[in-house]
Design a protein around this ligand. Structure first.
Ligand code: ADP
Length: 518
C-alpha cells in the first residue's frame, strides 16, 4: 500500500479551481489514493493542473463568470466526471455559501465549512458581532454598516483618528481607505463604496480604528463536525503591499508560548461560535503592546498554509479531506512548539519596476530552486502561458531553517536560484525585502513595505487615474490575447478525458502529455 488511509466516503474529488492551489489539492488527493478531476477554461487547456489531474473537464470561455465562477457548469462537470466531492481551493467560489449549498444539494461532499459559517464570517459586521458575543477582543469600530456618514463620523472621532473604512463583504484589501482627518471622511466613504460595489457587488462599508504599526498574526485551526478543534500555531503575514500579503512566516518573532496559547484559544472560540468544520484561519492584529484584536475569519485553505505545514508536519489538505470524508476524525498529534522556521514568498507575474502592473505572457525559462529546506508550490512549467484573466500568482517559494536566520538565508539562496524569463516577476523584490536590516531584525509590521520601499507604493487614495490606465491596458491586452489562448491544442471542449499515462500504459504519469515546445 503506497498511500495513507483514504477517507471512507471520498473516491474522486473535483477541484473547482486552477493554478498552484489546484495542483496542491491534486497532490493531497494522490497521497490519500483519491482520484482528482480538474476543470479548466479555454485559456487553461494546457495548464499544469489539467496535466496533473486524473481527469479534466472543460468549462468554456476564459472570463471567470463563464468558467471558474460558473456554478452550473462546475456541477455539471462533477456529475459527468462522477466525482463524489468538491474542493474549492481559495478564491473563486471558495467562500460562496450558495455554492456550498448547491454542492450538497447535488449529493456531493463539500470540502469546506457549513454554508452558514461561510456566510456569517464572510460578513465582517456579522463576524465582529459574533466575536464580541464570544468575548474575543475586536478592533474598536462601528456596530453596523455606515448609513449616516455624519453620525458615523461623530462616533469615529470619539475613537480617534486614524480610522479605516472597510467593505462589509471585503477581501483582498479591496474597499479599504485609511482616513486621517475629518475632511477626508466623506470622500473616503464614497471611494470605498465604489470599490466595494465593483469588487463584491455590495457597497456596504463600516469603520474601525486604524491601528498603527501592528503585526498581522493569524491562527490556523482544524475542526470537525463532532466538536473537536485544534489550533496549529500562528503565521505572521505583516509584509504586505496595499493590505495584501507578500511574505508570510511561522512562527512569528512577536509570539511567545503564552501568547500563542491565548491566541489559539481565541481562534478556537471563534471557530466554535459559528459551528466551524474543516480548515480555517482566524486573523488578528497584534499591537506594539502585545495586545491582539480579531480581524476576520477566512473560511477556507489560505495561500500561506504551507508555512504551517512545514513547522507542524501536518498536511492540511489531507486533513481537510479526512474531516470531510470520514465520520470520525483523529486530529493529528502536534508537539507544542513549532518545528524550526518557515517563510513563504509569493511570486507574482507583476512588474515591480512598473507599479506592479500584471505581466502576462509566455514563460520562456522556468527553473525552480531545489535543495534542503526548499519547497515550491507552482502552477506553471516552462512554456506556460500566464493568462490575463486571473490572479497573476505564478508560484510560492517556501523555505525552512532551524531558526529564522537560517530560513532567511535559505530564502536568499533559493530566490537567487529561481529563474523565470519571458514575464516580469517579483523575485528580485523579495530579495530586496529580505536583505533589509529591519526584516532581518524581525521588525516586521504591516507598514514595512510602505515605509521602506516608498517608490513601490502607489497609494490607493488619489491613484484612480493610474488604476483606470491599468484597467484599460488590461482590457486591450485581453482583446489581443484571446485569439492566441484558443490556439492551444484542444482535447475536445466539454469532454471528460482520462489523463493518466501511468494508469493507462504504465508510463510515468503525465510525460506523454508534456509539450515538446510552445
Ligand atoms: P481583507 O479581508 O480585505 O483582506 P482584512 O480585514 O483581512 O481585509 O485586512 C487586511 C489588512 O489590512 C490587515 O492585514 C492589515 O494590514 C490591514 N488592516 C485591516 N484593518 C486594520 C485596522 N483596523 N488597523 C490597522 N490595519 C488594518
Amino acid at each position: 500500500m503506497m498511500t495513507a488511509k483514504r477517507p471512507a466516503k471520498i473516491h474522486r474529488v473535483l477541484i473547482a479551481n486552477r493554478g498552484e492551489i489546484a495542483v496542491r489539492v491534486i497532490r493531497g488527493c494522490r497521497r490519500l489514493g483519491i482520484e482528482s478531476v480538474a476543470v479548466y477554461s479555454d485559456a487553461d487547456r494546457a495548464a499544469l493542473h489539467v496535466r496533473m489531474a486524473d481527469w479534466a473537464y472543460g468549462l468554456g470561455a476564459p472570463p471567470p463568470e463563464e468558467s471558474y465562477l460558473n456554478i452550473p457548469k462546475i456541477l455539471e462537470a462533477a456529475r459527468a466526471a462522477k466525482a463524489d466531492a468538491i474542493h474549492p481551493g481559495y478564491g473563486f467560489l471558495a467562500e460562496n455559501a450558495r455554492f456550498a449549498e448547491r454542492v450538497a444539494e447535488a449529493g456531493l461532499i463539500w470540502i469546506g465549512p457549513p454554508p452558514h459559517a461561510i456566510s456569517t464570517m464572510g460578513d465582517k459586521i456579522a463576524a465582529r458581532t459574533l466575536m464580541i458575543k464570544a468575548g474575543a477582543p475586536v478592533v474598536p469600530g462601528s456596530d453596523g454598516p455606515i448609513t449616516d456618514a455624519k453620525s458615523a463620523l461623530a462616533q469615529a472621532e470619539k475613537a480617534g483618528f486614524p480610522i479605516v473604512i472597510k467593505a462589509v463583504a471585503g477581501g483582498g484589501g479591496k474597499g479599504m481607505r485609511v482616513v486621517r482627518e475629518a475632511a477626508d471622511w466623506q470622500p473616503s466613504i464614497d471611494a470605498a463604496r465604489r470599490e466595494a460595489k465593483g469588487a463584491f457587488a455590495d457597497d456596504r462599508v463600516y469603520w474601525e480604528k486604524y491601528l498603527e504599526k501592528p503585526r498581522h498574526v493569524e491562527i490556523q485551526i482544524l475542526a470537525d463536525r463532532n466538536g473537536r478543534a485544534i489550533s496549529l500555531n500562528e503565521r505572521e503575514c505583516s509584509i504586505q503591499r496595499r493590505h495584501q500579503k507578500v511574505i508570510e512566516e511561522s512562527p512569528s518573532v512577536a509570539v511567545n508560548p503564552d501568547l500563542r496559547a491565548r491566541m489559539g484559544k481565541a481562534a478556537i472560540a471563534a471557530a466554535e461560535s459559528c459551528g466551524y468544520v474543516g480548515a480555517g484561519t482566524v486573523e488578528f492584529l497584534l499591537d506594539t503592546d502585545g495586545k491582539f484584536y480579531f480581524l476576520e475569519m477566512n473560511t477556507r485553505l489560505q495561500v500561506e498554509h504551507p508555512v504551517t505545514e512545514w513547522v507542524t508536519g501536518v498536511d492540511l489538505v489531507a486533513e481537510q479531506l479526512r474531516i470531510a470524508g470520514d465520520d470520525e476524525w483523529n486530529p493529528p498529534s502536534l508537539s507544542h512548539a513549532p518545528f524550526g522556521h518557515a517563510i513563504q514568498f509569493r511570486i507574482y507575474a507583476e512588474d515591480p519596476q512598473n507599479n506592479f502592473l500584471p505581466s502576462p505572457g509566455t514563460i520562456s525559462t522556468y527553473s525552480e530552486p531545489q535543495g534542503p529546506g526548499v519547497r515550491v508550490d507552482s502552477g506553471v512549467y516552462q512554456g506556460s502561458e500566464i493568462p490575463i484573466f486571473y490572479d497573476p500568482m505564478v508560484a510560492k517559494l517556501i523555505v525552512w531553517g532551524r531558526d529564522r536566520s537560517e530560513a532567511v538565508a535559505a530564502g536568499n539562496a533559493a530566490l537567487e536560484e529561481f529563474h523565470i524569463d519571458g514575464i516580469a516577476t517579483t523575485i528580485d523584490f523579495h530579495r530586496q525585502i529580505i536583505h533589509h536590516p529591519e526584516f532581518i531584525a524581525g521588525n516586521t509590521t504591516t507598514d514595512f513595505i510602505a515605509r521602506h520601499f516608498k517608490s513601490t507604493e502607489v497609494h490607493a487614495d488619489g491613484d484612480e487615474p493610474l488604476q483606470q490606465a491599468v484597467a484599460v491596458a488590461a482590457a486591450l491586452y485581453t482583446r489581443r490575447r484571446v485569439g492566441q489562448a484558443t490556439r492551444v491544442p484542444s482535447d475536445g471542449n466539454g469532454q471528460t478525458t482520462r489523463y493518466s499515462g501511468w494508469l493507462v500504459d504504465g508510463r510515468r504519469r503525465g510525460t506523454d502529455r508534456w509539450p515538446v515546445r510552445f
